[in-house]
Design a protein around this ligand. Structure first.
Ligand code: GAF
Length: 396
């Protein structure tokens, strides 16, 4: 199992200390990673395939049961508290507690018994960068409550509870990818997840010559979550148009390019573009897995560029900062692939680059980004790690 790195060890220590000071007792500690996605963007809520992995950036959650029904939460990052009762769960009005309260709410809906808890949490997953810090908070909470109260929920159930918290309580109609990756992550492995059947396979990713590096635009445009929900509706509309002729088609997973040409294109060009991107992207994930299993990284890299073009031109979820970063790196021979990652409208690009040129390309890109876009970019080299787990059990 991947051990916690020194920088993370400091965060664990700080969170544990804050807990002891605030609540005068010792907690159990859990960690839950952020995620990257190699390919398969916006395919999860279309019952398609995705290829994410958990990364070495974490949410750390310290928790202990209380004798009453109250939930006391302290956010180390916001230096802010939230107190409520298990019998009066409602949206907080300040977002950060909702990721935790949403999970508690979903668990209670299943008639599983939880008691009050004290919590301190924080971490080093950059927020708003598209690395799923919110999914990590949800997954850490679900995992912690499951082990604290012996709820007997399996890992898939924990990931789905976390997704439901985001869908129902936070109001973002996301798919399962982020919560699945955070829960099921495995060191040096990508997760090929079939979002229709929930079947998954680990694909080795231990390249010696290439590494993954993220370039963070440091922007998050405000239409991100409304546009996300809108894309989902557009895909559902495309499916409805096909279903009139092919009732067996349940989602874009069963749709073909021919069906889109015949039944969607004549009705609505925008819907057609969205759906065509998705159908091609699902196929790209399948092909990418073959590339990666055959260690054909250059072919895989080309598919990353194709995904970016589709997200930019057809799905229209990119932005000028992301396009700039992908355009800037594409002519370096040492860059195998690059694309925007996650929901879009800001956040990071993911780049597959030869190790020997990594520093030079990262430096040049940061300079060019600041000169042209007038903003600074952040650079995150990432390693692939295990998923959500317990670090310390209370009393140990
Ligand atoms: C966000 C969502 F949360 C995921 O479910 C997924 O749809 C992703 O955007 C796009 O691939 O991270």
């Amino acid at each position: 199992m991947k051990t916690i790195m020194p920088e993370d060890a400091q965060i664990v220590h700080d969170i544990e200390q804050t807990f002891k000071t605030k609540y005068n007792s010792s907690p159990s500690l859990f960690c839950s990673p952020g995620r990257i996605n190699l390919i398969g963007e916006h395919t999860d809520y279309n019952n398609g395939l995705v290829l994410p992995a958990a990364i070495d950036k974490y949410i750390i959650l310290a928790i202990a049961p209380r004798e009453d029904n109250e939930v006391h939460i302290f956010s180390q990052d916001y230096q802010d508290s939230y107190i409520t009762s298990l019998t009066h769960i409602q949206v907080s009005g300040k977002l950060w507690p909702d990721y935790i309260m949403g999970v508690i709410d979903e668990i209670q809906k299943l008639d599983k018994k939880v008691r009050g808890v004290n919590i301190v949490f924080g971490g080093n997953i950059p927020q708003g960068a598209g690395l799923s810090s919110s999914a990590a908070v949800e997954c850490a909470t679900a995992y912690a409550l499951n082990s604290l109260f012996g709820l007997d929920l399996n890992s898939l159930e924990l990931a789905k509870i976390s997704q439901a918290a985001e869908n129902e309580f936070v109001g973002v109609k996301c798919g399962l990818m982020d919560q699945f990756a955070s829960t099921f992550g495995k060191e040096n492995k990508l997760i090929r997840l079939d979002c229709e059947t929930y079947e998954y396979k680990y694909i080795p990713f231990d390249t010696n010559d290439y590494s993954l590096i993220l370039f963070d635009t440091q922007v998050k445009h405000s239409l991100a979550s409304s546009a996300y929900n809108e894309r989902r509706q557009q895909c559902e509309y495309g499916v409805q148009l096909i279903q009139k002729h092919h009732p067996e088609v349940r989602s874009l997973r069963q749709a073909s390019l021919e069906m889109l040409d015949k039944f969607v294109k004549p009705q609505d060009e925008i819907t057609y573009n969205r759906c065509e991107y998705i159908v091609r992207e699902i196929k790209r994930v399948e092909d990418s897995c073959i590339d990666l299993l055959g260690a054909n990284y250059s072919q895989f890299g080309k598919r990353m560029f194709q995904t970016h073009a589709g997200l930019r031109d057809q799905y229209e979820v990119s932005c000028e900062e992301l396009d700039f970063l992908v355009d800037h790196v594409k002519d370096y021979p040492e860059v195998l692939g690059a694309r925007m990652m996650g929901g879009g409208f800001g956040g990071c690009t993911i780049n597959l680059i030869e190790n020997k040129a990594m520093d030079k390309i990262a430096d040049n890109t940061a300079k060019a980004y600041s000169q042209t876009m007038g903003k600074s970019m952040k650079i995150y080299p990432v390693s692939i790690v295990d998923g959500t787990r317990m670090l310390i059990k209370k009393g140990e």
